[in-house]
Design a protein around this ligand. Structure first.
Ligand SMILES: Cc1cc2nc3c(=O)[nH]c(=O)nc-3n(C[C@H](O)[C@H](O)[C@H](O)COP(=O)(O)OP(=O)(O)OC[C@H]3O[C@@H](n4cnc5c(N)ncnc54)[C@H](O)[C@@H]3O)c2cc1C
Length: 415
């Protein structure tokens, strides 16, 4: 009897669990071992800054797959187990407190962890960061007695946590370095819209400033800013970004540069070793090399890596996309643009219902929608973001006037 193939996946979260499920969906009948450092079944993180944080959603509803799924699919799940070493020559993964696990092919989906908070007072009780459900449970507990919060950073996590805390009736002051929230991702005009939304909901925005220190005796009582503001509070949530968990693969000799380098088929520089999700810096046929931290990428690249391990040759060319919920507003984004020479709008930004097109050399590289896409009740806007993704994929120059014209169906612009 030929030996059964064994695929080992390190990192039991969105990308890892999705890859395991895809292997089975695609008919792989060898062994699958899914090893994860967290003790919970693989779960989705987006609700941790939204409905789950506000105690509106249960943890069970956030699971990537139902509890019975893994045994039913003969996926060996090892939870609460950290992989410590990969030996690519022997094809072995060593794990903390357990027997080494041999593999035929290996997929690494170790994601990211919060950037270290190196501000004086960061170890005071009541100062939180948010990545795991346990982090979220601690913040949830603090919101039950806390009345005043400071949020540090106004990226997506900072914006969403500010919104959720306001929805829980907590006073919020948010401190960030930029002139407006999310300017580096969305530009000043869209950032201005978010400024208006958060101010209207009662968030005190402390912009073009930074946190100098957290102060208090044992527990945080105030935040001192670099410009000298003193913000009284009983809790702090810092959203200052993540770093990819590349150490395991770097130590094994894989090429790493702001993420584990993978090609368009999710292959690392080590034979038989693949990677997917937040941990990768991947080569994309449209956008070039990039690392993103989006749920849709964790899901899609997890699927792509599984297919690649089964020998399929399609490149991973998903047009990236993400969403963010803040209060009653839904922000959606497709494509990827870190710089642009023109941003044009369909719908006025002040109306809080618009599309923004990020153009470089006349070509649409990314599109943001606020309260536009995904509305099946509004036939005019439903499917717009999908059409926008097709437009990005074509990479042909378009007339900005037609992008701005509500009367022009975006699909008509897709050659
Ligand atoms: C609060 C929050 C809200 C978010 N909201 C949105 C949103 O609205 N929209 C959106 O598009 N994206 C959102 N995201 C981002 C999205 O959740 C991530 O892109 C996604 O989780 C990436 O999945 P992943 O599987 O690549 O990595 P991760 O989810 O980071 O999982 C990696 C797993 O690997 C494990 N691991 C690491 N090292 C080891 C090791 N050595 N051994 C074993 N296991 C290991 C980790 O413990 C972890 O369980 C949000 C993220 C957070 C934290």
């Amino acid at each position: 009897m030929p030996k059964r193939q064994r695929i080992v996946i390190v990192g039991a979260s969105l990308a890892g669990a999705t890859a395991a499920a895809t292997l089975r969906d695609e008919g792989f009948d060898g062994e699958i071992h899914l090893i994860g450092a967290e003790t919970q079944l693989p779960y989705n993180r987006p609700p941790l800054s939204k409905g789950y944080l506000r105690r509106q959603e249960d943890f069970e509803a956030q699971l990537v797959k139902p509890p019975s799924y893994y045994a039913a699919q003969s996926i060996e799940l090892k939870l609460g187990v950290r992989a410590t070493t990969i030996d690519p020559r022997q094809k072995i993964v060593e794990v903390e407190g357990g027997e080494p696990v041999a593999y035929d092919q290996l997929l690494v989906t170790t994601g990211g962890r919060n950037r270290t908070l190196s501000v004086p007072g960061a170890n005071l009780a009541g100062v939180f960061q948010l990545r795991t459900v346990e982090d979220c449970d601690r913040i949830r507990a603090a919101t039950q007695r806390g009345r005043r919060a400071v949020v540090m950073g106004l990226g997506f996590i900072g914006c969403e946590v500010s919104a959720s805390l306001r929805q829980l009736g907590i006073e919020v002051a948010a401190v960030a370095g930029g002139r407006v929230p999310l300017a580096h991702v969305l530009g000043d005009e869209v950032g201005q819209v978010l400024t208006g939304i958060h101010r209207e909901k009662g968030v005190e925005l402390v912009l073009e400033d930074g946190v100098a220190a957290f102060e208090g005796s044992g527990r945080v009582e105030r935040v001192r800013t670099k410009k000298g503001r003193v913000l009284e509070c009983d809790m702090v949530v810092a959203g200052i970004g993540i770093v990819p968990n590349t150490e395991l693969l770097a130590a094994a000799g894989a090429d790493v540069d702001n993420g584990v380098l993978v090609d368009a088929r999710c292959r690392t520089s080590l034979p038989g070793v693949f990677a997917a999700g937040d941990v990768t810096n991947h080569l994309h046929p449209i956008f070039g090399r990039l690392r993103v931290e989006h749920w849709n990428n964790g899901y899609q690249q997890g699927r792509a890596a599984a297919r690649s391990m089964l020998g399929r040759e399609e490149p991973y060319d998903y047009v990236h996309s993400f969403w963010s919920d803040q209060y009653e507003h839904l922000l959606e984004y497709v494509g990827f643009a870190t710089s642009w020479d023109r941003l044009v709008f369909r719908g006025r930004p002040e109306s809080r219902k618009f599309l923004g097109f990020y153009l470089g050399d006349g070509v649409v590289h990314a599109v943001v929608g606020l309260n536009r896409g995904g509305d099946p009740d509004d036939p005019k806007v439903d499917g717009e973001l999908k059409a926008a993704a097709s437009l990005i994929r074509t990479r042909v120059a378009v007339d900005p006037a037609r992008l701005m014209d509500e009367g022009v169906n975006l699909r008509a612009l897709v050659k």
